[in-house]
Design a protein around this ligand. Structure first.
Ligand code: ADP
Ligand code: MG
Length: 398
């Protein structure tokens, strides 16, 4: 799960990390009101979307050449004008794709005098099983470009979570950022604070870009934070920061029914129980020359309600030209699943071919229910047969 910049900064501030003063705003009036609370005379009006590259982004609704999604303002009038330009409009950045993202929230912050910009991030490094801290003197720009063009300007420091953040990690960070004296000391403290935040909040990634030196003080000017979804149950306060308007509506609907759904680009909708079986199903569809429209794991306890919700979500995607259901009745019995499929297919008025492969407990009863349902459900003997049949059905319909 991702959160907005202002939310991430407020979390980091709780760990003692320095950020410029700022207030979130949902309307133009709130933006002006927020600016009034800040010392001024320089403000920054920042579009809050779950994507980076906002500063260099463009708004679809504004004239070409207009300013981007992060703008300086020298008066309350300018704050107001920028807020009007941004709120409700669609910001396109290198990270949003062509569709862009609608700006519904702003963050009004104190404008600071930047001496130099740095890059600092922390993430779970699966290869080493440790936490990696990545630092660079080249802040403010795309770190991917720095990694590509000048990899020697990136320092990677790995921290063993069993040992924790040690003073030498802090010194390596200061060295990587080429900082001396008091700034080096600040970097050491910051590294420890960031690590504490990372572990305490079960983060997957924290990226600070830029970290800036402002009047001799290191400050976080922009940050992105994402969390390990499997640990979110431990953090109701973090979960409350979720902004569903930033997420795919189909994926939100799926999560309400505890379905693991990810939209893909193909034309065959898949409904499967178990992530491994779902992956195998997607593979075999590809092997037969078509592409899956989604990954969907209905989980072990698939009941009629879940199956119906899954059908509805799959069918909402206009690209879907056929559905392949591949269920192993282990915990659930095949006859119960078959009843669920039939009831769901009737309820959603199924308009595309449906191939079902059932295996497991009570499979004979399950197949009988499908056959006597009066619905045009194609039954498959095994996974290979199921894939061939759905591909044939989809091509026949095309
Ligand atoms: P993004 O990375 O999405 O473009 P940033 O928050 O990094 O957004 O803003 C882009 C640039 O704007 C930063 O690299 C920095 O130079 C400048 N900036 C951001 N916040 C401030 C601030 N509070 N004061 C002064 N300049 C800022
Ligand atoms: Mg940035």
């Amino acid at each position: 799960m991702n959160i907005h910049e202002y939310q991430a900064k407020e979390l980091l501030a709780k760990f003692g990390i320095a950020i410029p003063k700022g207030i979130a705003a949902m309307s133009v009036a709130e933006a002006v009101e927020a600016a009034k609370q800040l010392p001024g005379p320089l403000y920054v009006v920042k579009s809050q979307i779950h994507a980076g590259g906002r500063g260099k982004g463009t708004f679809k609704e504004l004239a070409p050449g207009s300013k981007g999604g992060v703008r300086l303002a020298k008066s309350l009038e300018e704050v107001e004008a920028h807020a009007k330009d941004m709120l409700g409009n669609t910001l396109v950045t290198i990270q949003t794709g062509d569709a862009g993202k609608q700006v519904n929230r702003l963050y009004i912050t104190d404008g600071v005098d930047i001496g130099k910009e740095y890059y600092l991030s922390m993430l779970v490094d699966r290869a080493t099983g440790r936490i990696a801290m990545i630092a660079s003197t080249e802040g403010g720009m795309s770190i991917e470009d720095v990694a590509h063009d000048t990899p020697e300007k990136i320092a990677t420091i790995t921290i063993d979570p069993a040992q924790g953040f040690m003073p030498h990690h802090g010194r390596a960070l200061a060295f990587g950022l080429k900082l001396k004296g008091d700034l080096a000391k600040q970097a050491q403290v910051l590294g420890k604070q960031l690590y504490d935040a990372f572990v305490a909040l079960d983060c997957a990634m924290i990226e600070i870009n830029p970290l800036a030196e402002c009047d001799g003080k290191l400050m976080v000017l922009d940050t992105k934070m994402s969390f390990d979804s499997n640990a979110l149950y431990r953090h109701p306060d973090v979960m409350a920061l979720r902004d569903e308007t930033e997420e795919d509506p189909a994926e939100i609907e799926a999560s309400k029914y505890d379905l693991a759904y990810i939209k893909l680009d193909g034309n065959i909708g898949c409904m499967v129980n178990g992530a491994g079986l779902a992956m195998a199903t997607m593979d075999i569809i590809k092997l037969n020359g078509e592409f899956p429209a989604n990954f969907l794991d209905v989980g072990g306890g698939a009941n009629k309600e879940k199956v119906t919700a899954a059908f509805k979500i799959i069918l909402k995607d206009p690209a879907v030209k056929g559905i392949l259901v591949n269920i192993f009745g282990g915990i659930m019995k095949c006859d119960i699943i078959a009843e669920g499929i039939v009831a769901a297919a009737k309820e959603v008025n199924l308009s595309v071919p449906l191939v079902v492969r059932l295996e497991g407990t009570n499979v004979a009863q399950g197949k009988e229910i499908l056959e006597t349902s009066g619905l045009p459900i194609v039954s498959a003997a095994d996974l290979g047969d199921a894939a061939k049949k759905i591909v044939a059905e989809v091509r026949k319909a095309a």
